[in-house]
Design a protein around this ligand. Structure first.
Ligand code: FRU
Length: 471
């Protein structure tokens, strides 16, 4: 049977300045890297339906992290070593060649989706456009004997004269962990053992997906997506989590000593992020702007899923800050609209356009921001100044998310609104909520307070259609 890519039947939710698929499905970002003058982002992709299916690697590149050009699919599954999918992984440049490392997914063929095995493979490209799978794949044919079949999402980097690979995995007691390999040539890999694992309690999850490990501001950060963490009061409320440990990596003993798990983004729609180091040294992250098993109404229109804005990471007091990269300012059209006012009750901050950046600077008081259309409220978030706490409510899900920030006399909120997403950055990225919303009418943004609040606002309309699709 000939397969045809899905067609887009309605563009009502198509995002204007985020990476989205031409059609079909997107999940995790993969292989985020810089090669030959371009940032490259790959992504888990199924072109033939707006549903998860045998995973391909979709591909887009950008010179400025703002304008993206999609390219032909980089990896297609179906070869012996990746029969049922090319799962998530990483990219690294060596001697002018771009190497991709990805997981080959294999079912045993008994129609049980949980009955599978996984291996690690490589593909390469000299032009950053056409990729060749390595003829001696798999480079790591099977999981080590102290592991279960969960063995995926390789991340590769260089440290001194060695290359290191970490792989998301599960130990034989069914607890999440990451394991490490070392290589001198990217082709032959030696198993070193676990780097870190769940503290032995199910509360840290049964499988750690999409690991990333890097140095940031003299510390090491281990970023990962644990499956199976139990919700705790106002934390870990999504189906799967994403977060990090700050600590130290000892390359001699290949172990990572770490602090407490912290969630990275407090919204409903954030998962499986990965980072890269830009040529100027910045650590930049992109995540999947969705969550497994959420409704994704855009499926009706022939597509599903998107990637977040690229975000710069930095550490302050062992806490991750995440803010949109500076390049995003290029999206602003004109000088913007700037106001200072004392707010009593309620004020309309923006309407008419989907693509907006809204910056609010509010002197410490309680307030609520609402995103709505003429018929209904879509979402709201409120600040409780006494407890330094944000509570976000999503109307379509009838569900709350929370975050607490350090005491501060001013609250700064930077919001990026697109056709069906809103990313909310609080106090320069100390706390972030990533959300999708669905409205067939451009949303209005309202600010309200019960007290008198001193506010400065800046609103910019943003460029749209920043992604071009390959023919
Ligand atoms: C994370 C994940 C990865 C896997 C990929 C499959 O969202 O489950 O572990 O490689 O998605 O699409």
């Amino acid at each position: 049977m000939d397969k045809h890519p899905t067609t887009i039947t309605n563009s009502r939710y198509r995002l204007g300045y985020h990476v989205i698929p031409k059609s079909g499905w997107i999940n995790d970002p993969n292989g985020f890297t810089y090669f030959n003058g371009y940032y490259h982002i790959f992504y888990q992709h199924y072109p033939y339906a707006p549903e998860w299916g045998p995973m391909h690697w979709g591909h887009a590149r950008s010179k400025d992290l703002v304008h993206w050009e999609t390219l032909p699919i980089a990896l297609t599954p179906g070869d012996t070593e990746d029969k049922d999918g090319c799962f998530s992984g990483t990219a690294i440049e060596k001697d002018g060649r771009l190497y991709l490392f990805y997981t080959g997914h294999h079912y045993y063929g008994d129609n049980d989706p949980d009955h599978f095995w996984q291996n690690q493979n490589m593909a390469y490209s000299d032009d950053g456009l056409h990729f060749t799978k390595y003829e001696n794949n798999a480079i790591i044919p099977k999981a080590p004997s102290d592991n279960t079949h969960h063995f995926r999402d390789p991340k590769v980097w260089k440290h001194n004269e060695h290359y290191y690979m970490i792989v998301g995995s599960q130990n034989t007691e069914e607890l999440g962990r990451i394991i490490m390999y070392r290589s001198t040539d990217l082709l032959n890999w030696k198993y070193l053992g676990p780097v870190n694992e769940s503290n032995g309690e199910k509360t840290e999850g049964y499988m750690w997906e999409c690991p990333d490990l890097f140095e940031l501001d003299d510390k090491y950060v281990f970023l990962f997506s644990p499956q199976g963490m139990e919700a705790e009061k106002e934390q870990y409320l999504n189906l799967f989590q994403n977060g990090y440990f700050v600590g130290d990596l000892d390359y001699d003993t290949h172990t990572f000593s770490r602090g407490k798990f912290k969630e990275l983004d407090h919204g409903h729609d954030f998962y499986a992020p990965q980072t890269m180091q830009a040529p100027d040294g910045r650590r930049i992250l992109i995540g999947w702007m969705a969550m497994w098993e959420s409704e994704m109404p855009e499926k009706e229109d022939g597509w599903s899923g998107a990637l977040t804005l690229p975000r710069e990471l930095y550490l302050k007091n062992e806490h991750f800050y995440m803010k949109p990269v500076d390049e995003i300012k290029q999206l602003r059209i004109g000088e913007g609209h700037h106001e200072s006012f004392t707010l009593k009750e309620e004020k309309l901050i923006t309407q008419h356009h989907y693509q907006n950046e809204v910056n609010l600077n509010i002197l410490n008081s309680d307030f609520t921001v609402k995103l709505r259309n003429s018929k209904a409220q879509l979402l709201s978030f409120s600040f409780d100044a006494q407890n330094n706490k944000f509570t976000l409510y999503r109307n379509d899900k009838n569900d709350y998310r929370y975050s607490t920030i350090e005491p501060n006399s001013t609250i700064n909120i930077q919001m990026f609104i697109d056709t069906s997403s809103i990313e909310i950055f609080i106090n320069d990225g100390e706390s972030v909520f990533t959300e999708r919303y669905y409205s067939e009418e451009a949303p209005q943004l309202w600010l309200s307070t019960n007290e008198e609040a001193k506010v400065k606002s800046s609103v910019y309309q943003l460029e749209t259609n920043t992604i071009t699709f390959d023919e």
